[in-house]
Write a protein that binds this ligand. Structure first.
Ligand SMILES: [Zn+2]
Length: 226
């Protein structure tokens, strides 16, 4: 049974690798994600390497082994199913569930998680649009491609698919602005020079700076949006 710290390292490592589409991730990236010092990360990576969960190379960083990856996927599955469960059954909002799931994910059994999965009808995504791994570690996706809102051309019709920043204030801002998962709107302007993208959702104009807009993933399309 892996410790809470090990589980958090593996999960963070997998999320960085998936986000950046890389195998090797740096010590610095992990330190930032986990808000600990690079020295702490280095010693933990050595521990993970000793347990066969990651490969570690000084100055290069780490790569999860198959075993490390499957444990990390299990943690993501727990986290995301718990988030959705809390939203669906207890009516918590999408800005309230991340912290709760962070704590609960280490305590629940796989049996309970499988039951929650069944209860929710084997959902493909959590309240933030993050894909939920099936019990075998396979990601459930519908195959449609998401792009950052910051990269969308003016005039395009968009549907909010995923938000990668779990900060409660950011999520509340988005919800107040009508940018919830599944909401459809349009890109009015997108200026690389000003670093601002302005959108229209339900008749309201919402402007986001590019750093924020990079954390909102959308599906682009005209007809055929849900
Ligand atoms: Zn989530």
């Amino acid at each position: 049974m892996a410790s809470l710290t090990v589980e958090n390292y593996l999960k963070a490592a997998l999320q960085i690798a998936m986000r950046d589409e890389v195998e090797w991730i740096s010590t610095g990236q992990l330190a930032t994600a986990l808000q600990v010092s690079p020295g702490t990360v280095t010693s933990m990576l050595k521990t993970l390497a000793d347990s066969g969960l990651a490969e570690y190379r000084p100055y290069e960083g780490a790569r999860l082994t198959r075993e490390g990856q499957s444990l990390a996927l299990r943690m993501l599955r727990r986290h995301r199913l718990l988030e959705l469960f809390l939203v669906k059954t207890l009516d918590l909002s999408w800005d309230q569930v991340h912290e709760e799931a962070e704590n609960m994910e280490h305590a629940v059994s796989d049996m309970l998680i499988d039951r929650i999965d069944e209860f929710l009808g084997h959902p493909a995504a959590d309240p933030h649009g993050d894909p939920i791994p099936a019990a075998d570690g396979e990601m459930r996706t519908d195959g449609s491609e998401c792009v950052p809102l910051s990269s969308v051309e003016p005039g395009a019709e968009i549907c909010v698919a995923r938000v990668t920043n779990q900060d409660p204030e950011f999520l509340r801002f988005l919800a107040d602005s009508g940018l919830t998962i599944g909401a459809t709107g349009q890109v009015a302007q997108n200026s690389a020079e000003a670093g601002i993208v302005s959108t229209e959702f339900a008749g309201r104009t919402i402007a986001l700076g590019h750093p924020a807009a990079r954390q909102v993933l959308v599906r682009v399309g005209g007809l055929g949006l849900p």
